[in-house]
Design a binder for this molecule. Structure first.
Ligand SMILES: [Fe+2]
Length: 227
């Protein structure tokens, strides 16, 4: 992705969150210059990949397959002594027909929440033991109400609604056609992008970036460390 494109998506997200009265923490607005002077006191942000995350999954077609996320809080599986937190929270922007590709998690249980804007469509399967789609029916909890699902069935979340995605439930999601961008929340177990995402197709989790202008805000994978 071009850095100019990433900057524009971050600007758009800040303006959508503001319109929908969702307030980001201060580190969302730190500049690259500020990061160069930040010391070990901000290691929780560095070590747990908090902050901006804009990805096209390495495909170069962000509008069709992409996601903008801001990780507000997270723990750390490999450094539990330092970071014992057992939960994570994210806020995301999902646009009309913008797909987050099929994946599931071995460990993470995640609630996906429509926090405002348009409608969010999720399609679901149970994973089989070869990382494919199972033909079994299964149940999901939609705001505390059990719903029986056929393989590949959809759930549509309107603002305020949420679904609990258990481990091994394959999911893909996108904003409903003809609708506004969706502000999507996630409340989950600890998020471990390195070890707990099973994508149906081989995909990159983070984009390759072409530096065509300076970054507005650093992505969560880009924070410098003190010397
Ligand atoms: Fe997921």
């Amino acid at each position: 992705m071009n850095r100019s494109e990433i900057n524009a998506h971050i600007r758009d997200a800040i303006s959508l969150f503001s319109r929908l009265s969702f307030h980001l923490p201060p580190f969302a607005f730190w500049t690259p210059e500020y990061w160069r002077t930040a010391g070990p006191e901000v290691n929780e942000i560095r070590d747990n990949f908090l902050g901006w995350d804009v990805t096209d999954y390495g495909l170069g077609r962000f509008a069709e397959t992409g996601l903008l996320l801001f990780t507000i809080r997270n723990g750390n599986f490999t450094r539990k002594d330092t970071y014992p937190k057992g939960y994570a929270e994210k806020i995301m922007v999902v646009r009309e027909n913008q797909i987050t590709p099929w994946h599931y998690h071995w460990n993470k249980r995640e609630d996906i929440i429509n926090r405002g804007g348009g409608e969010l469509v999720l399609e679901l399967f149970l994973a089989d033991d070869k990382n494919g789609f199972s033909d079994k029916t299964f149940s999901v909890s939609v705001d505390g109400v059990q719903r029986r699902m056929k393989p590949g069935a959809s759930v549509i979340l309107r603002p305020g609604e949420s679904i609990c995605l258990e481990p091994y439930v394959y999911h893909t999601f996108y904003g409903r056609a003809g609708g506004a961008p969706v502000m999507v929340g996630e409340v989950s177990d600890v998020n471990d992008d390195a070890n707990d995402n099973c994508f149906l197709d081989k995909l990159g989790r983070f984009p390759d970036i072409i530096e065509d202008e300076p970054p507005l805000h650093l992505l969560c994978t880009e924070y410098p460390r003190p010397e």
